[in-house]
Ligand binder design. Structure first.
Ligand code: N01
Length: 566
């Protein structure tokens, strides 16, 4: 169906846009949702607050950023032509390459004409009498829409700690999650980095190459393993391209959306020599060592064995024993905070221009014009980088004021933690869908695999509603309660909830501590979502089109979708 942007008079006399589908966010999920919407004849628009497409890859541009999933798999599978024509240059893709890829996708499929850039969504209100959402924009505009897909990303709401005096700093303050578009020159500069998650760990080695000095303020050390990133050869690219369909099928039904070999036995079933050899092999290949044995994420004693292997590696690399000691003081099981992939992180502590400050023992108390003050010392700085992460998974959703049936606010519904049905829908919020939402595998998976699964599930539902003249769909409270119990029960069988991680909301003061992703694996999860459909969309309630007041807009949408169906 041709895209037919409609307008109608809003009560205040302004012209309001009327759509079948509003997609919030032009990252990987939003782009694919727009493509699928066109395929099924929905008139859709993407609203994106950034100045370009790419979502997290538009904003996160810090030096050294390399994705922790192989290029061949961290990509769309929906178009075999796209797969064949795009050339990845390295095993793990760098941020510029992922961003170029997403920009290429937007151009290749002519998506840009239906994307409104530099436009933030601030809220959405359900209009029960019309069976439509009114999406509110920061510029005061509104869009009336039948469906709304929140493709807002899990790591898109950056957060920096509130430290006294940060505004008085005379130098430059940067955040890895909102990095400038132009190159930042560190040559001869005294640089401070706060944070040792993926962003801080990947930034440090690059900055240290040119800066006069780098001071890394560490509160909790991460567990990082060498990425061993490398250029792809023509032969391996050709081989993957020749077998792409089978590879994709495998990732879809795998535990994490990636093709690491499955662990086959408990760490305690292996001899110490066998374990050591397996750990070494993973370390040398740049594979997550947590995937070596079946019980690493469920048994603390098994987990300790893997953690000690990594700590031993850190001690081998870092020459100064005091620094090595600080870098091995992890107080949580390995893997329960996301494993980091690095290039030369631990080696960088052997450089003379790098300092490591333990801000767990001597916290940062203030910032002044010259730099950072801890309880122990003052650090003169020219540039201060916050690598302090995100209000993850729920942050971008709750930054908007989303009001569903009978005035129910998402912020209130989720006051004690997010509650969803399958991570893709929320009771009391009809016709609204979450891409990689809390309660789905989301950040515990190769997010491209999870995104495609969600977007295809939504799109099949939209087509089903079109074909059956259905106006609204909403998850039941019972189905949602059951799903939340399942998500919690699966998490409780693992070590994940024992860490103060962003998976738990623990990095944001006041945020409820609930383990948010579904840990049952992407293959199992896909099966569950498919069974819900086979069972006639079990756990959802539909309302037919003719039960709605047939206002002009609804009638237009019904006409259009019926036409598209023909
Ligand atoms: O953020 P984080 P991130 N004083 O939350 C510290 C994905 N990602 O941006 O642990 C001192 O992991 C905080 O300390 P603590 C990836 O999934 C992927 O690095 O709270 N320190 C922690 O060390 C990743 O997991 C890629 O004690 C403070 C750090 O800041 C996720 O994004 C690349 C502090 C935050 O670490 C988030 O990673 C980048 C304070 N007041 C990101 N406040 C790739 O795919 C916070 N910290 C490669």
């Amino acid at each position: 169906m041709a895209s037919s942007t409609a307008t109608r008079d809003a009560p205040d006399g302004d012209s309001a846009l009327v759509k079948d589908l509003v997609i919030v966010g032009a990252g990987p999920a939003g782009l694919y949702q727009l493509y699928k919407a066109r395929e099924i004849g929905l008139d859709a628009v993407v609203v994106e607050r950034g100045g370009g497409v790419g979502g997290t890859w538009y904003w996160n541009r810090y030096p050294g950023l390399v994705v922790d999933a192989p290029s061949f798999d961290y990509s769309y599978s929906f178009s075999p032509e796209l797969e064949q024509e795009w050339e990845w240059s390295t095993w793990y893709p760098s941020q510029p390459e992922v961003l170029s890829y997403l920009e290429h996708v937007a151009e290749r499929f002519d998506l840009l004409k239906d994307i409104r850039l530099n436009t933030a969504v601030v809220g959405a209100q359900w209009q029960a009498d019309e069976g439509r959402w009114v999406v509110e924009l920061a510029d005061g505009g509104t869009i009336s829409t039948r469906f709304c897909v929140m493709a807002t990303g899990c790591l898109s709401e950056p957060r920096a700690p509130e430290i006294d005096g940060v505004d008085t700093f005379a130098g430059r303050v940067l955040h890895t999650g909102t990095w400038p578009h132009e190159a930042v020159d560190f040559a001869g500069k005294r640089v401070g980095i706060v944070g040792t998650g993926s962003s801080g760990v990947q930034t440090l080695p690059v900055v240290a190459q040119t800066a006069a000095s780098v001071t890394l303020f560490q509160r909790t050390p991460g567990f990082s393993v060498p990425a061993r990133n490398r250029p792809l050869t023509e032969e391996e690219t050709a081989e993957v391209k020749a077998t792409y369909r089978a590879r994709r099928e495998q990732t879809r039904h795998s535990p994490g959306g990636l093709l690491f070999p499955p662990a086959e036995k408990s760490v305690f079933e292996a001899t110490p020599e066998e374990r050591q050899a397996r750990f070494e092999r993973y370390w040398e290949l740049g594979w997550p060592v947590t995937l070596t044995y079946t019980d690493v994420s469920t048994d603390k004693a098994a987990n300790d064995i893997v953690a000690d292997f990594v700590r031993g590696k850190i001690r081998e690399i870092v020459q100064d024993p005091e620094r090595a000691d600080l870098l091995t003081r992890q107080d949580y099981p390995i893997g329960t905070k996301r494993i980091i992939l690095d290039t030369n992180y631990y080696d960088t502590f052997n450089r003379d221009n790098v300092d490591l400050v333990d801000v767990r023992t001597t916290p940062i108390v203030s910032i002044d014009a010259d730099g950072v003050n801890t309880t122990d010392a003052h650090y003169d700085l020219d540039i201060l980088i916050f690598a302090t992460g995100f209000d993850a998974i729920t942050g971008a959703l709750l930054a908007m004021d989303i009001v569903g049936e009978q005035g129910v606010r998402l912020r209130d519904e989720w006051a004690a933690g997010p509650r969803t049905y399958l991570g893709l829908s929320v009771a009391h919020f009809p016709n609204l869908f979450l891409a990689t939402g809390p309660g789905s595998p989301s950040v515990i998976s190769n997010v491209f695999v999870s995104i495609e699964q969600h977007i295809e599930w939504f799109s099949d539902l939209f087509a089903h509603m079109r074909d059956h003249n259905l106006a609204t769909v909403v998850a039941t409270v019972d189905a949602q309660d059951d799903w939340v119990s399942k998500v919690n029960a699966v998490a409780a069988r693992t070590l994940y909830p024992t860490a103060a991680s962003w998976y738990m909301g623990a990095n944001v003061p006041g945020k409820p501590r609930v383990f948010m992703p579904f840990l049952g694996g992407v293959g199992n999860y896909r099966k569950i979502c498919d069974e819900v459909v086979t069972d006639g969309y079990r756990g959802f309630v539909f309302e037919p089109l003719d039960a709605q007041v047939p206002d002009e807009a609804t009638a237009r949408v019904a006409d259009a979708t019926t036409a598209a169906a023909r």
